[in-house]
Design a protein around this ligand. Structure first.
Ligand SMILES: Nc1ncnc2c1ncn2[C@@H]1O[C@H](COP(=O)(O)OP(=O)(O)O)[C@@H](O)[C@H]1O
Ligand SMILES: [Mg+2]
Length: 255
């Protein structure tokens, strides 16, 4: 099983929109997908509510995870939903949290999941650190606005520091989201980022498309939204999913 985290200490940059679409796309590819919503805002849990498993995200950090009790193993998508207990975990010691979480992840692997996608809150707390310490890949959606750009250095530093401990963690990179092609500031910021972080930029982006909030609100991927304008968004999101799929070197040839 391969694991990926979407992370960025800034909120509203497209982490959840990206993660949910990766989940839909990967499931359509025939992969068995587990999604863990580590954000108490529970946005991914809302959009993926059909796939609720009864397992809560906070239970993934307890000594006795209940993943092994999941009965239906023939599901292709499973949501481990956000719950209020996540907030209490911020008082937990990181080594304990990370150890328990890794054990629970191993149980998901044993259940036959091909990929586990984790959505995080916009702050470097215990749950985000534990997720980054346990994951194989991290993807950082970014916004091309000034406040977001200002936080990028801190985010990259965090990932570099975590990689000193979790040596298997691969940074897929930063993917500009909500990009307005008519906004000269966005173009300028993108050029600056390409210069400052040439090896850390995903060579794709997702535009500012109203069909994406439409999709998230209607609990379906943007490619199922019946509006002409959704087509462009669908193309961009599908291209990103294909890129991430390739980067993650997922093999599901048994299926
Ligand atoms: N490409 C996009 N175009 C327009 N709106 C978007 C796009 N991606 C996300 N959004 C909207 O922007 C807001 C923040 O996105 P979200 O994915 O929730 O960010 P995060 O998880 O980083 O906080 C949401 O209301 C979402 O529907
Ligand atoms: Mg979010």
């Amino acid at each position: 099983m391969k694991t990926l985290v979407t992370a960025n200490q800034k909120g509203g940059v497209g982490k959840t929109a990206t993660l949910v679409h990766l989940a839909f796309d990967f499931a359509e590819r025939g992969l068995k997908v587990a999604v863990i919503d580590l954000d108490t805002q529970a946005n991914a849990s809302f959009t993926l509510k059909t796939y609720r498993s009864g397992v809560t995200a906070s239970s993934m950090f307890s000594n006795e995870s209940i993943v092994s009790q999941i009965s239906d193993e023939n599901i292709n998508m499973m949501l481990i939903e956000s719950d209020a207990g996540l907030a209490d975990l911020e008082k937990m010691a990181l080594p304990d949290a990370a150890r328990n979480f890794q054990k629970a992840i191993a149980e998901l692997d044993a259940k036959g999941f091909d990929v586990c996608l984790m959505d995080t809150a916009p702050s470097l707390g215990v749950t985000m650190a534990a997720a980054l310490l346990s994951a194989d890949y991290v993807l950082s959606p970014i916004e091309l606005e000034a406040y977001s750009i200002q936080g990028i250095h801190q985010m990259v530093t965090t990932i570099v520091n975590i990689r000193k401990v979790n040596k298997k963690l691969k940074f897929i990179g930063m993917v500009p989201s909500k990009v307005d092609s008519r906004n000269p500031r966005h173009g300028r910021h993108l050029n600056e980022l390409n210069t400052a972080y040439p090896s850390m930029m995903v060579p794709l982006s997702v535009g500012l498309r109203s069909s994406i909030p439409d999709a998230l609100a209607s609990c379906s991927p943007v490619w199922k939204i019946k509006k002409t304008a959704a087509r462009v968004a669908a193309k961009e999101v599908r291209a990103l999913a294909a890129y991430v799929f390739t980067q993650m070197e997922i093999t599901n040839d048994v299926r």
